[in-house]
Design a protein around this ligand. Structure first.
Ligand code: NAP
Ligand code: GLV
Length: 309
């Protein structure tokens, strides 16, 4: 059977093709534009594939996404319930997401940004001791990423809660359900977004949400740029409602030169690197699932197209 690999973003697609081929020697793994394609592929492994994926490969029954978020795949013409769309489950990303959040949480709660400013002035000036209870973390999304983020923050004794559709608790932290957003925000000072991008969650990081947070709040967005209403963030920073933000994802990526986020000292910008898919872990996970499908077994990580995640 042929497996096709398609990615517009991967800097070295051949590295992925070779690793998948080694893990699945019983199949032939090829690039989407391989002129020597012998047959139509039934399985695709993708990250930001070309929009005409399903036109070029009409025989696809399974599409494995190298990322956790499938929002870029859902609008592809030809995607239907006949295709099983499978997202990456962790793939080495969750621990990196936790590290990212801890970095910015600790930078704020321990005043490390201010100490950097004091060093620049050669000033030896201890600031106030940390009051951990004053840094309550609220994690939007209690899935694979959200659970690991919540667990990492809780392990350092920050007060943590998670918000999800179902309201489940993870890592021993209180869980708030979709309809309990107001209660969740009212106890949150550091708001961390790890939701999938869906019709329900697009634009959720807005003035209305920021206004319900505890005073002197901080935003960490590591999910998708379209979750954030950029003008509302700038207005909330300007009014002092938010003290700052760490942003890894943007409505337009790369973030355009001259965008106000670049030069704002209250905003920390990173180029969509909070959680990178690790090749060896992802290839092993996908190969295991392809073999399970071949044996007729159920697999996890299947996207519910009606829920969009
Ligand atoms: P996941 O396991 O599917 O978890 C999604 C979570 O969001 C679930 O807890 C779900 O609730 C909750 N949710 C979905 N819709 C909701 C709604 N309308 N209201 C409240 N909660 C809702 O996904 P994941 O693997 O954790 O990944 C989450 C996202 O992180 C991805 O979609 C991607 O956008 C982003 N991501 C970014 C990077 C990066 O480098 N920046 C890396 C990896 C992932 P239930 O549990 O009740 O279903
Ligand atoms: C990265 O952004 C992912 O969704 O895995």
């Amino acid at each position: 059977m042929e497996i096709v690999f398609a990615s517009r973003h991967e800097s070295n697609p051949q590295e992925w093709i070779d690793a998948l081929q080694r893990a699945l020697p019983e199949h032939r793994v090829r690039a989407l534009d391989d002129p020597q394609a012998a047959e139509q592929a039934r399985i695709a492994v993708v990250w930001a594939p070309p929009a005409d994926l399903f036109q070029r490969e009409p025989g696809l029954t399974h599409v494995f996404n190298l990322g956790a978020g499938v929002d870029a795949l859902l609008p592809l013409p030809g995607l239907s319930d006949a295709v099983t769309l499978v997202r990456m489950e962790d793939g080495g990303m969750a621990v990196q997401m936790a590290e990212y959040v801890l970095h910015y949480l600790i930078r704020e709660s321990r005043d490390l940004g201010r100490y950097a400013g004091l060093q620049a002035q050669a000033r030896w000036q201890p600031l106030a001791d940390i009051d951990r209870q004053a840094w309550s973390v609220g994690v939007m999304g209690a899935g694979v990423m959200g659970a690991r983020v919540a667990q990492a923050c809780a392990a350092l004794d920050y007060p943590v809660a998670v918000w999800s559709r179902s309201g489940k608790t993870v890592a021993g932290t209180p869980g708030y359900a979709h309809g309990q957003l107001a209660e969740f925000l009212a106890r949150t000072r550091v708001l961390v977004n790890v939701l999938p991008l869906t019709a329900q969650t697009e634009g959720i990081l807005s003035q209305a949400v920021f206004d319900q947070l505890l005073p002197d709040a901080y935003l960490i967005n590591i999910a998708r740029g379209a979750h954030l209403v950029e003008a509302d963030l700038l207005a909330s920073l300007q009014s002092g409602r938010l003290r700052g933000a760490a942003l890894d994802v943007f409505a337009q990526e790369p973030l355009p030169v001259g965008h106000p986020f670049w030069a704002d000292p209250r905003i920390q910008v990173t180029p969509h690197v909070a959680g990178a898919s690790l090749l060896s872990l992802c290839v092993r996970q996908i190969a295991d699932k392809i073999r399970a499908v071949g044996r007729g077994e159920a697999i996890t990580g299947v996207v519910d197209l009606s829920r969009q995640y």
